[in-house]
Design a protein around this ligand. Structure first.
Ligand code: B12
Length: 267
């Protein structure tokens, strides 16, 4: 095992991609990376090999472009069709969901660069949300299946990460309860105490970039889950406090698939 850590430039050379793409794939959780004290990204050769195996660096760029066309210019049927097409070339829905990370990042960059309007972003997001909902509805679960509740952190309207997580949970045989955006934290403990919830999955998108604002929310989430005896899963590229927590930090959907299995194995 080669332990030497590679810089983003060296990783880009190895992947025959641009350092910007490597950084974007890392931030989207597609390539595992570690951070130096100076917050620089560093990569192991193994993580690059894993990425190249599943993505093959250049093809990802091409497919991001295709996805943008479908999301921004076509309808929900076309989005649903594209999702099924991706699934036909992937080992799992978790893999498909990970392939969508750079697509969402690209939508954000197109908005930030003024190439698309906020309304375009709303329309594209809703098409994807509805396409994913059709996939979820087609994935039946057993009556006494484990239950996961899905919510975003307070103030965060970004629910696509949750919609992707819901597909992965259904594929893993979990029932899902969509609480989504604006879930009041002060009601959470009572909700978790009033019904069987085996895991609470919480999303903080990169919009939730203030760690100090997330700290009290994380404490409330930890306390509610501890009292109810349910697992806590933390997702999204938001500024989750970098400290020991009873929550399980998840950055990719393949990882989510593994984590929810661990939760069941531990029961
Ligand atoms: C779609 C979108 C919207 C849509 C959301 C629609 C919807 N139903 O979700 C709309 C148009 C409503 C919107 C609104 C806004 N947005 Co917006 N948005 C986006 C965009 C393009 C995608 C968001 C998204 O879903 N990403 C997927 C997220 C959730 O994934 P992630 O954090 O990268 O996490 C990854 C993993 O961790 C995993 N994951 C995510 N969640 C979870 C949860 C679990 C349990 C698990 C296991 C895994 C997991 O999935 C992701 C992919 O791998 C992003 C671009 C981006 N880079 O994210 C901008 C972005 C987040 N938005 C941004 C902004 C500024 C806004 C607005 C303020 C714009 C405005 N002026 O109106 C508002 C704020 C609304 C609010 N209060 O939240 C900025 C945030 C910048 C910043 N640091 O503050 C971004 C980064 C765009 C940009 N490039 O600047 N947005």
């Amino acid at each position: 095992m080669n332990h030497r850590l590679l810089t983003s430039t060296e990783a880009a050379e190895w992947l025959k991609a641009s350092p910007t793409s490597v950084k974007r794939w890392a931030d989207a959780g597609l390539i595992e990376c570690v951070r130096t004290v100076g917050n620089h990204r560093r990569f192991t050769l193994e993580s690059l090999e894993r990425f190249a195996q599943t993505h093959g660096a250049t093809s990802t760029d091409a497919s991001v472009g295709e996805w943008l066309t479908v999301l921004l210019e076509r309808n929900v049927d076309a989005v649903h069709g594209q999702l099924l097409l991706e699934r036909s070339t992937a080992p799992s829905w978790a893999e498909v969901c990970d392939r969508l990370a750079p697509v969402l990042a690209e939508v954000g960059e197109a908005w930030a660069a003024g190439r698309i309007r906020v309304v375009d972003e709303h329309l594209a997001s809703e098409r994807l949300a509805r396409g994913l909902a059709r996939v979820v509805d087609a994935l039946p679960v057993a009556p006494r299946a484990p239950v996961a509740m899905l919510m975003t952190v307070e103030g965060d309207e970004h629910t696509l990460g949750l919609a992707l997580a819901e597909v992965v949970l259904r594929e893993a045989g979990w029932q899902t309860l969509w609480s989504g955006r604006a879930t009041p934290l002060d009601e959470l403990a009572a909700t978790l105490a009033s019904r069987r919830v085996d895991a609470l999955a919480v999303s903080a998108s990169s919009f939730s970039c203030d760690e100090a604002a997330l700290e009290p929310q994380l404490r409330a989430l930890e306390a509610a889950c501890e009292t109810a005896g349910c697992a806590l899963v933390l997702g999204g590229n938001g500024a989750w406090p970098d400290r020991a927590t009873t929550g399980r930090r998840v950055t990719t959907f393949r990882q989510l698939g593994r984590v929810v299995q661990e939760i069941l194995d531990e029961r």
